[in-house]
Design a protein around this ligand. Structure first.
Ligand SMILES: CCCCC/C=C\C/C=C\C/C=C\CC/C=C/C(=O)SCCNC(=O)CCNC(=O)[C@H](O)C(C)(C)COP(=O)(O)OP(=O)(O)OC[C@H]1O[C@@H](n2cnc3c(N)ncnc32)[C@H](O)[C@@H]1OP(=O)(O)O
Ligand SMILES: Cc1cc2nc3c(=O)[nH]c(=O)nc-3n(C[C@H](O)[C@H](O)[C@H](O)COP(=O)(O)OP(=O)(O)OC[C@H]3O[C@@H](n4cnc5c(N)ncnc54)[C@H](O)[C@@H]3O)c2cc1C
Length: 668
């Protein structure tokens, strides 16, 4: 049967080379080839079917996810896949499961915080999956406040042991993924007590379950340990494939050498030693690593939602305002639809490029840390925390908007959007609540501003070196066209960020107690941090455009996206730009007018730009976002694929409907 491409006319409108754009989106021809291979491996393997997922009850859902993870592991071994290939394989399986935490947090925690001897012992076991681990930091009473963790690790010099204990209900470890049912081991964060003295929070490599011996049928916890799942989470399917767990210790003994000893050590004699030159913050290093990973991946999540909404918008017709009878307008041709959709399309590209940059920054920091150079850690912390916060919040809001952009059909599970939203929304909370993370960025920015004159601002904060110019020179834009110049746009974002930071720093200086000031001004400080992070995203997009980008029309299409992203933000936050006095109302309205012109330039490329994401239909799992655009027959069929339509007479009909129809309610 001949396949009909319902989006062919839209595809023919493209003004750039889509294959070349696919390479830009993937990062390199090699990355494109790798992702394509892994995506198709998953798409063509029946083991990874996922359409029935939202219909399954938790126990079936969980068993199904274990089966998929086991198949994935088998494929990794049978095909001899590299760690990088295995990572993409897991990504395209598109189901949160215990290996995410094992590979994403447990192993990095040992790598970053273990001594050489500890790494030699535990890493091979972990990499071969002879043990499965998780990252147990959060407690029932303490998530953001890591210093408040209550679990204790008391050194017993006589037996050369640590005694791990949960002294209160609120000290129960609460939320760690993979902990509830699967993991055999955990990196546990607890307060160190040596000779009755507290030494703050540290990490311990710990085992809590007999399941280390995989052949045991009885998967029961070690004595003194209570473990379980925290319970059903938001959205059927979604994150319920993960066994987020709870864990309590009752005076559980572990050998002294299971304390992760890179940052500090306890000797056989019970002497506590902070390792020379290694900052205590290194115990937070795993979070820096995962926040970076989240930013590297988030653009794919947003691109998925945008791809679905763009394709459906380019197919579905609505009435024009002049004729309520003849459906003529494609949804995508409504200005109002474009003004909601195109900034999200531009954001997906913007987040991809900032993610690439952050990966570079993190790789550099990691190498420095290995060589005991900790100088760039504060910058890495602020950038990973801020960008994780900015991009996940925007992505989750964006998915919700895409759902609305598809009208009622977006709300159907078969659109793929509700599940995508449910699985993504906890990203605003895990790895640090987004507001708490923005406050960390604000601390960094305010500190940088306060130190001007005696400490040189570096990296992402180097704009603060030009504070005088940024505070006193106002915007030079006179025409709409003036707004589509990279350096002018970056300068506008620098001026806004600098002015907001200086104002807040001055307000803070009025408080005698800086912490009280920080608390009272926290809402303003979050806005300072947002301005700083948006500047990073905009400037990295502009820097990307300065590179050599091959392919017909590719650079031009990216330029339009970059300006859409930036001018959309200028419009959305015009209050900031106006209040700081950098823009006049006239310049702000020129930005908005230019934005509309950019939407019309983006319009013919819209479908090609989402095709360049190279998403398979399996990954999208969306009837309305199908590549061939053959939506309506499939939407109709999907309704009948729902087991609820197996029968015309649902359970309960005879019992509860017949009495109403027959007026025999009294018998109920
Ligand atoms: C939307 C789509 C999503 C797509 C997703 C795609 C892929 C997903 C991939 C992976 C995700 C998979 C699973 C997720 C699993 C989730 C796991 C978790 O959630 S683990 C638990 C995470 N918990 C947190 O993040 C807690 C947040 N709290 C903190 O980080 C800290 O306590 C806080 C708030 C930063 C600081 O507290 P505070 O008490 O004020 O300060 P401290 O005394 O602790 O420290 C002060 C100094 O330390 C510096 N600092 C803080 N953090 C770090 C760090 N991480 N690295 C380096 N330095 C750090 C801080 O700047 C202070 O420095 P100065 O003294 O000012 O110099
Ligand atoms: C799906 C999922 C997976 C997770 N996986 C893991 C895991 O594998 N391992 C692990 O250890 N943890 C995990 N967590 C826990 C996660 O890291 C915490 O939920 C997160 O750090 C936030 O902490 P909290 O839940 O205690 O929220 P809280 O800190 O109680 O925050 C609640 C509210 O208070 C505000 N708030 C808190 N502190 C401040 C402050 N100082 N200033 C201003 N506002 C503040 C926040 O903005 C938020 O609005 C997971 C959580 C989820 C949802």
């Amino acid at each position: 049967m001949e396949l009909v491409d319902h989006l062919r006319d839209e595809r023919n409108k493209a003004q750039f080379d889509v294959e070349a754009m696919k390479v830009v989106w993937a990062g390199s021809p090699q990355e494109l080839q790798l992702c394509d291979r892994m995506a198709n491996l998953v798409a063509n393997h029946p083991a990874f079917e996922k359409l029935k997922r939202p219909m399954l009850v938790r126990k079936e859902l969980f068993k199904n996810s274990l089966r998929k993870a086991a198949y994935a592991r088998k494929l990794v071994i049978d095909l001899g896949l590299s760690e990088e290939e295995a990572k993409w394989l897991r990504f395209y399986i598109d189901e949160p499961t215990y290996p995410d935490l094992h590979w994403g947090m447990f192993i990095p925690a040992i790598e970053g915080q273990g001594s050489e001897e500890q790494k030699e012992k535990w890493l091979p076991l972990s990499r071969n999956m002879q043990i499965i681990g998780c990252y147990a930091q959060t407690e029932m009473g303490h998530g953001s406040n890591v210093q408040g963790l209550e679990t204790t690790a008391t050194f017993d010099a006589q037996q050369d042991h640590f005694i791990i204990h949960s002294p209160t209900l609120t000290s129960t470890k609460w939320w760690p993924g993979g902990l509830g049912k699967v993991s055999t081991h955990a990196v546990v964060y607890a307060r160190l007590i040596v000779n009755g003295e507290f030494h703050g929070v540290h990490g311990w490599y710990n085992y809590y379950s007999f399941s280390f011996f995989l052949y045991l049928e009885d998967h029961s916890p070690l004595p003194g340990i209570t473990v379980g799942d925290v319970g059903l989470k938001f959205g059927n399917g979604a994150y319920n494939t993960m066994d987020n767990g709870l864990l309590r210790f009752h005076h559980v003994r572990i050998p002294r050498n299971q304390m992760l000893m890179r940052v500090s050590q306890v000797s056989r004699e019970g002497k506590y030693m902070q390792c020379d030159d290694v900052p205590r913050q290194l115990i937070y290093g795993t979070m820096v690593s995962v926040r970076q990973t989240i930013v590297a991946m988030v653009s794919r999540t947003l691109s998925r939602a945008v791809c679905i909404a763009t394709r459906y918008s380019a197919l579905r017709r609505q009435h024009s305002s002049s004729s309520l009878v003849v459906p003529c307008f494609l949804m995508i041709d409504y200005q109002s639809q474009q003004s909601r959709l195109f900034p999200l399309l531009a954001s997906a590209y913007a987040f991809k490029f900032v993610g690439e940059w952050l990966k570079w920054l993190y790789t550099d920091v990691k190498q420095r840390l290995e060589a005991n150079d900790f100088s760039t850690l504060p910058e890495a912390h602020a950038s990973t925390a801020g960008l994780k916060s900015l991009t996940t919040s925007a992505t989750v809001d964006g998915i919700e908007e895409c759902m609305k952009l598809c009208g009622g059909d977006g709300y159907l599970v078969s659109s793929g959007l509700p599940e995508l939203f449910a699985v993504s929304v906890p990203a605003c909370t895990y790895e640090g609540d987004n507001t708490v993370l923005m406050l960390q960025v604000a601390r960094f920015v305010v500190k940088t501003v306060s130190e001007v004159g005696y400490k040189e601002p570096l990296g992402t904060s180097s704009y603060i070196r030009r504070l005088n110019t940024l505070l006193h020179n106002n915007c030079l834009v006179q025409t709409g066209e003036d707004w589509v110049k990279g350096d002018r746009i970056v300068e506008a974002f620098e001026a806004r960020a600098a002015r907001m930071a200086v104002t807040c720093t001055q307000h803070l200086a009025k408080f005698q107690d800086p912490e009280q000031g920080f608390s009272e001004l926290s809402a303003d400080l979050v806005e300072v941090a947002v301005a700083h992070c948006q500047l990073i995203v905009v400037s990295k997009f502009v820097e990307k455009l300065a590179q050599d980008i091959p392919g017909k029309g590719v650079k031009e299409a990216l330029e339009v996206l970059c300006y859409v992203y930036a001018l959309f933000l200028v419009h959305k936050h015009q209050g900031d730009f106006l209040v700081t006095g950098y823009l006049t109302p006239k310049q702000a309205s020129l930005a908005n007018r230019q934005l509309r012109i950019l939407y019309s330039r983006l319009r013919p490329n819209a479908i090609a730009l989402v095709d360049a994401f190279n998403h398979t239909d399996h990954y999208l799992s969306s009837v309305v976002g199908r590549y061939d655009g053959n939506v309506y027959p499939n939407l109709y069929q999907a309704a009948f694929n729902d087991p609820f339509n197996d029968s015309h007479v649902p359970d309960g009909y005879h019992q509860y409907i017949h009495p109403i129809l027959n007026q025999t309610l009294a018998k109920l």
